[in-house]
Unconditional design. Structure first.
Length: 618
């Protein structure tokens, strides 16, 4: 990757008064194997978070700048970005935020936000250093994130991974090379580093860490914004060379120092950053699952997964979204830039893990465009996440069946006879909703025989084809364990409660109340408290079954993610639901996003899975 020859200005912001002096910086040549030069003039504006001095502790001269890389440094106060008539960022190529702990206040100002984001979008580079902040809140930034910091006590963890060539060079003799081996896991290399707790999936991770709060996440990451580049570094300055580490030090800290140097040297062109897997490599993270893992409802969907017309050669409605929890989770735990092997698919049932998915994704020739999901797992797979079983039970169909104005208003819909279509032999028949759900739940728990169960549908067109076997959660986990790497981490997540247990209900008669769960056409969709409580009990039963299957593996690398706990207070009926309401144009035309997690819901999923991962061996 070549360095682009262009004028460079590194502008750093300080919370102290504006200083206009340009400070001369001496150059210390780092060892290089060749006579390569970096013809770039660099002007830095640092934001010292306490002393107000640019060259704090002699850090910058000892970074080991290569020959030809000539930095100068200028202070610009963040207040001036708001108050000055002319934008003080104009003319600079690089801006450095150093320790602006109250950045959320500045980003709340429309002028500050527009000038900073406009600077990057036009092709500038923004570097964010905030290790000394207790926490930072960039949720108002175009690439939102928040951080966690354990404070002055430092961290008990260390750097867990540093990728070679994530920035510039694979040559061990190059000053742009980061040596992974030199970062010892036996030292406190992270200090009190900030790590991301929540962030936009557009961030790509170079370096991850664990702090004393037990929070795992990126301590270094980068992202593209418009034509520009944003680099985040939450590394502790005390371990990054501010105390006098130089480019020839034998300490592991020099390699952290080197990372900051790489940030300053990094070419501006974000497209030059590694983002795709080299040919022949495998995905370490495989994301399996149904619509709750695919990100149903969070359009636009990934190319090729939103082709609803059956007349299209590659009809596919898997509806995979880049807002799904797997995207964010990948960046939290993995340093490699490629996105996960994302095979989760809306409408999937347990059989789609083992056999081609031709249920809702059929090609014109009758073949299935989706391979068995488990085929994505290889012996190199280190992490597998999934949700599965909800469509086998039919949770969304159950809520629809129990809601008024979709079928007759009944106080206890679990006893309602539901018309089903069985294709072999072709016939209609009726069963109570409770008996259907109970038999399917038994199969998922592994307590029923290996019989098959027809899917919901009141006509052949809605029957989803022939009946499929329901595979137990235990069998699924055992198969994943058999296919993945021996030390692979497997996280199976449960399901959120869709309906509130107490909020939003309207009393219409003594002992009777109902909850509005959406609107189809001109009609409000209502559900009574009794059926809602029954549905909640069945979701809880499913979650208990999923947890039991995970715990039954007796393997610390297999964990259950308690999603229901993260959704507490955010069901339909609560003041801030993280579940989409039922919408559509009619009984047979419900919007596919109905009763699926919102963007906030997917973030809750990611948090639940992250907490489960924290329980696995490091």
């Amino acid at each position: 990757m070549s360095l682009r020859a262009r004028r460079t200005s590194l502008l750093a912001f300080t919370t102290t008064a504006l200083v206009s002096t340009v400070l001369p910086i001496s150059i210390v040549a780092a060892p290089t194997a060749a006579a390569a030069t970096y013809p770039r003039s660099v002007s830095v504006a640092l934001v010292p978070n306490s002393s107000g001095r640019v060259n704090n502790g002699g850090f910058l001269p000892t970074m080991g700048f290569p020959d030809g890389y000539v930095p100068t440094f200028t202070d610009v106060a963040p207040d001036s970005i708001v108050q000055d008539v002319a934008n003080p960022l104009t003319g600079f190529d690089t801006v450095v935020f150093n320790g602006i702990c109250d950045i959320d206040t500045f980003l709340s100002n429309a002028i500050f936000k527009a000038r900073v984001e406009g600077f990057v979008q036009a092709g500038g580079k923004l570097i964010i250093w905030d290790s000394e902040c207790t926490s930072t809140d960039y949720s108002k930034f175009a690439l939102p994130f928040k951080t966690s910091n354990p404070g002055a006590a430092g961290a008990s963890g260390t750097l867990t991974d540093v990728e070679n060539n994530t920035l510039s060079s694979t040559d061990p003799q190059s000053p742009l090379y980061v040596d992974t081996v030199a970062v010892s896991t036996g030292t406190d290399a992270v200090g009190d580093a900030n790590v991301f707790t929540t962030y936009d999936p557009n961030w790509f991770v170079d370096l991850k860490a664990t702090n004393v709060l037990g929070v795992n996440g990126p301590a270094h990451a980068y992202a593209k914004l418009g034509q520009g580049l944003v680099i985040y570094s939450g590394l502790d300055k005390d371990d990054m060379g501010w105390g006098g580490f130089d480019a020839t030090s034998s300490s592991g800290a020099v390699h952290l120092n080197r990372i900051w140097l790489l940030e300053l040297l990094q070419p501006w062109d974000p497209d030059g950053l590694p983002r795709t897997l080299p040919a022949g490599t495998t995905h370490e993270y495989v994301a399996l699952g149904d619509s709750y893992s695919a990100g149903e409802g969070l359009s636009p969907y990934l190319p090729g997964t939103d082709q609803p017309s059956i007349s299209e050669p590659n009809h596919n409605v898997c509806h995979r979204s880049d807002q799904a929890y797997s995207y964010v989770l990948h960046d939290r735990y993995y340093t490699k830039p490629p996105l996960p092997m994302f095979v989760a698919c809306s409408g999937s049932i347990t059989n789609d893990l083992f056999a081609p998915n031709n249920a809702v994704n059929m090609k014109l020739d009758g073949s299935a465009p989706e391979d068995p999901q488990l085929d994505a797992i290889t012996s190199q797979t280190k992490l597998v996440t999934l949700t599965m079983g909800g469509n086998d039970v039919g949770f969304v169909d159950i809520v629809s069946a129990c809601a008024a104005n979709l079928i007759a208003w009944v106080p206890s819909c679990q006893n309602t006879k539901v018309k089903l279509w069985a294709p072999n032999p072709p016939r209609f028949y009726e069963k109570s909703l409770s008996s259907i759900v109970d038999s399917r739940m038994q199969a998922l728990k592994g307590t029923a025989s290996a019989s098959t169960f027809p899917l919901f549908g009141d006509s052949p067109a809605r029957a989803y084809g022939q009946a499929k076997p329901i595979h137990s959660w235990s069998a699924i986990l055992k198969e994943i364990k058999k296919r993945a790497a021996p030390d692979a981490k497997i996280i199976i997540a449960g399901y959120p409660q869709l309906l509130s247990d107490k909020n939003g209900y309207v009393w219409d008669a003594p002992g009777s109340s109902y909850l509005t769960i959406g609107r189809v056409g001109p009609t409000n969709i209502l559900i009574r408290k009794g059926p809602a409580s029954w549905i909640r009990s069945k979701i809880a039963e499913a979650n208990q079954g999923i947890r039991a299957a995970a715990e039954g593996m007796n393997d610390p690398n297999v964990q259950y993610a308690d999603v229901a706990a993260e959704f507490t207070g955010h069901a339909i009926g609560d003041s801030e639901p993280w579940i989409f309401l039922v919408t559509g144009s009619g009984k047979d035309d419900l919007d596919s996003r109905s009763l699926h997690p919102t963007a906030d819901g997917q973030k809750a999923y990611e948090l639940a899975v992250a907490k489960a991962l924290n329980k696995t061996p490091s």
